[in-house]
Ligand binder design. Structure first.
Ligand code: SF4
Ligand code: SF4
Length: 437
């Protein structure tokens, strides 16, 4: 309504007049002005179906066609909160002609599985994305920083491009004996599969040392592969390098076949995921545990007597929680620490917000900084701070350094990020006071 209080006449864009003939009586009559607006049909099919067909033709890409547009996936997609992304939006873009194989959207999904959890049609981005990425990688269409990681993994057997001979360098300062199977190949209960970030990253090494000191105090028989260990490479598979993953798997099972062990225990939810889901598909079946599961089993043998009087919250790793259903083991450990005040974040357990590191996201921060309004790890750190927590506890080797960076970049330096193994070790009684309460 204009200020003068009078309505303005609408601007009519419709045809001046049109003639309509009844299909029943055969009579014709004229309609004019705005009443004939529906006589010119909208063009709904002015795009090619080729893009959707190309995705659906791939093994693993089929389910993109199942989408019926309900939109349930969009509000739970962590990437949609920081860009225009959710699976339904992606489906619509592909349906209306976007070539996903060359689009930047291809690299945004972290394969966190929150959309699959709610999708009534089981549109499976955890299969769609790796399938399309594999084709893109073969065509040479891959972000440069990811290509660098693929090459390092291929050449050195780890994503960081570190010298394989230095894989167990961290054990020198562990303060307890860490048996390396190539030096002492006698049978062992726990084969501790250290993986890349606990082997090489300084913050990961600290957690690895805490873990072996706890195992030592709990009397667990364990050993590592040392220089023989290669990454399991599940994130490389999800980022599109299936061939590299398969080659690594051959190397890994050949090495494992040399030794006798009861179970494999790893801190890496991604390696854990591959060992329990991908390896059995090729006939390689092992007893596998995440390190929090092992520690929860032996919690009564860990002498926890020092109080940690801090408010602590916990981030569920997607590949331990949503992908493999383990929510309780990390919480059992945190709740066993004397004095610790555990608080949950609003988005936790099956609805936990992704840290952004899965599906290759760990190595795409540069790429994502051009496409997202903020990093997923930054958003998650804000959620942790909102609980009033002083410590953000994690149990995935990607996360300590990821969240520490995010705490700095969001101005939340006061938030400590600690691996659960580090927290447990802090709570352990001094050596010599072994009586467990
Ligand atoms: S929840 Fe599934 S069916 Fe619904 S819009 Fe998302 S992908 Fe499509
Ligand atoms: S898997 Fe996660 S990041 Fe990928 S589309 Fe689904 S909800 Fe979004």
């Amino acid at each position: 309504m204009p200020i003068g209080g009078r309505k303005q006449a609408p601007i009519v864009h419709e045809l001046e007049e049109a003639s309509v003939t009844s299909t029943l009586s055969g009579r014709a009559w004229d309609v004019s002005g705005q009443w004939n607006r529906m006589l010119e049909s909208r063009v709904l099919t002015d795009y090619s179906y080729e893009g959707l067909g190309k995705v659906a033709a791939l093994e693993g890409g089929e389910s993109l066609e199942y989408c019926y547009g309900c939109g349930k996936c969009v509000p739970v997609c962590p990437v949609d909160l920081v860009s225009e992304y959710g699976p339904r939006k992606l489906h619509r873009k592909v349906q209306t002609g976007m070539d996903l194989f060359t689009s930047d959207d291809l690299w945004k999904c972290t394969t966190c599985a929150n959309c699959l959890r709610v999708c009534p049609k089981e549109v499976n981005m955890i299969e769609i994305m790796p399938a399309v990425r594999e084709a893109a990688v073969l065509a040479g269409s891959v972000p440069e920083e990811l290509q660098v990681v693929f090459e390092k993994t291929f050449r050195y057997g780890n994503a960081l491009g570190e010298n394989p001979r230095r894989r167990h360098g961290w054990t020198k300062e562990a303060g307890v004996e860490v048996r390396v199977l190539s030096s002492d190949p006698s049978p062992v209960d726990v084969l501790f599969y250290v993986e890349d970030y606990w082997s090489y990253h300084p913050r990961g090494q600290q957690a690895a040392r805490s873990f072996v000191r706890i195992l030592d105090r709990a009397g667990v028989d364990f050993a590592i592969l040392g220089a023989e260990e290669k990454t399991i490479g599940d994130s490389q598979r999800l980022a599109g390098e299936k061939g590299l993953f398969e080659a690594l798997m051959e190397d890994v099972v050949t090495t494992l076949a040399k030794y006798e062990f009861a179970r494999i225990v790893t801190p890496d939810p991604h390696g854990f995921n591959a060992l329990v889901k991908e390896y059995p598909k090729r006939g390689h079946v092992f007893e596998v545990q995440h390190y929090t599961q092992l520690l929860a089993q032996v919690i009564d043998r860990i002498p926890l007597s020092r109080e940690i009087n801090k408010v602590v919250t916990f981030h569920d790793p997607c590949y331990l929680g949503r992908h493999n259903g383990e929510y309780d083991a990390p919480r059992t450990l945190l709740n066993a620490i004397p004095g610790l005040n555990f608080v949950e974040m609003g988005r936790c357990r099956e609805n936990a917000y992704c840290c952004g590191g899965g599906g290759g996201g760990m190595w795409l921060d540069g790429f994502n900084s051009n496409h997202l309004s903020e990093r997923l790890s930054e958003r998650r750190v804000r959620e942790a701070v909102d609980t009033g927590a002083e410590v953000l506890a994690v149990c995935c080797p990607y996360e300590v350094s990821r969240f520490e960076d995010a705490a700095k970049s969001t101005g939340n330096d006061h938030l400590e990020v600690m691996d659960i193994a580090e927290l447990l070790e802090l709570a352990m009684a001094p050596v010599g006071e072994e009586v467990v309460a």
